[in-house]
Design a protein around this ligand. Sequence first.
Ligand SMILES: Cc1cc2nc3c(=O)[nH]c(=O)nc-3n(C[C@H](O)[C@H](O)[C@H](O)COP(=O)(O)OP(=O)(O)OC[C@H]3O[C@@H](n4cnc5c(N)ncnc54)[C@H](O)[C@@H]3O)c2cc1C
Length: 307
Amino acid sequence: MTSEARFPSGLRVRTQEPMARHTSFGVGGAADYWVETRTLDSLRLALESADRMNIPRTIMGHGTNTLVADAGVEGLVINNRCMDFEPSSAAGLIRVASGHSMARLAGRCARLGLGGLSFAIGVPGTVGGAVFGNAGAFGSDVASVLESALVWRPGQERESAACEFGFAYRHSNLQGEDTNPVVLAASFRVQRSDPGALRTDLLRLARQRRATQPQGQNAGSFFMNPDGDYAGRLIETTGLKGKALGGAFVSPIHANFISARPGGTARDVLDLAIAVRARVAEATGIWLTPEVRLLGRWNSRAQALYS
Ligand SMILES: Cc1cc2nc3c(=O)[nH]c(=O)nc-3n(C[C@H](O)[C@H](O)[C@H](O)COP(=O)(O)OP(=O)(O)OC[C@H]3O[C@@H](n4cnc5c(N)ncnc54)[C@H](O)[C@@H]3O)c2cc1C
């Protein structure tokens, strides 16, 4: 059961916080410790507190690209809700804290007549999550519009130019870095545009999304598209579109969306993803790579998704 605790640094945290409440899959176990941060200073305090206590720390945004293990997450999970926003359009840049929603950023910029970020209407997560995964939609991505980002690592903070992130398709070199770096804020390039035209564009893109993507407990595309093809198309060729396994199913609308049913478990989602991946490999010879990040106390079976 969730209760409250205080770290020696004074940070107030919840214990045994169910992560199903904080991810779009809506499954998974509890975080040992959990805190929501709304300012960059409280985010820094949370990061430093965990390091000082020598417990693992995990930064999370909206949890829209994350499958949390049923056995929960060790250490402190930091739910980033830092949403400061500074339009400095004179210099053609906007500055935004990493907990700001990407989709809301698209809306906010459109109202201010600042173009360049309309694609973000299709990305449900935070700015930090989007930089980490080089999120993209409608033919654009973070790599195309990021000027620089402020990154926290133990004992240092540094503004890094976009070229330092080694961006590739759904990849930044923050992934897999030992120091477990955290994006605090980001600057994006924008151009003066007509607010009415931007609004029309956003409505069109949002409508397009609603027409092609399923609702429900999922994390968007489960697998990355292999070179020159689409994971959804490959999955469809195996006949698995719409198929269920335990408490998870392949969406009948978009075959690369794996969803949990209410009452389903993270294990159900993992098992189905492993089965889908194996069937695609059997049928096409292509081993799909997950786009979704696994978080928490997974057992060795989870490695099958990456082998
Ligand atoms: C319906 C739906 C549609 C989607 N469509 C798209 C799409 O079109 N294109 C696309 O790219 N993605 C899409 N996604 C996936 C997801 O929205 C993106 O990957 C998004 O960028 C994840 O952001 P988040 O804040 O939710 O990250 P989380 O799921 O909270 O975290 C994902 C990873 O990022 C890390 N992370 C989070 N914040 C930070 C930070 N501040 N610093 C360092 N690391 C951090 C976490 O530790 C974790 O490893 C979709 C998801 C859903 C549910």
